[in-house]
Design a protein. Structure first.
Length: 86
């Protein structure tokens, strides 16, 4: 379900949006804005993932693959991922 969000733009930005809609063959300005927001979400998610990976790399000693500790870690990770899908 779509909802409406009204925004105010200076004339120069409004014109820019119209130009981009025409250049990229968007159906309308709303389609263009949706693409921008999705790209922003993707960048934000990628940045969060990068930060989490860096934290993991600097958090201390790792776990050797194939060991009981690794298997325990992997099971917890899979259970967590499964619970977030629901």
């Amino acid at each position: 379900m779509n909802t409406t969000l009204h925004i105010s733009l200076p004339e120069t930005l409004k014109q820019y949006v119209k130009e981009r809609v025409d250049e990229e063959h968007f159906s309308n300005p709303s389609d263009y804005i949706r693409v921008l927001i999705r790209e922003d979400q993707k960048r934000r998610d990628e940045k969060k993932l990068e930060q989490m990976l860096l934290e993991g790399l600097t958090s201390g000693q790792g776990i050797i693959s194939g060991t009981p500790d690794w298997n325990n870690f992997w099971e917890k990770l899979q259970a967590r991922a499964e619970s977030q899908r629901k």
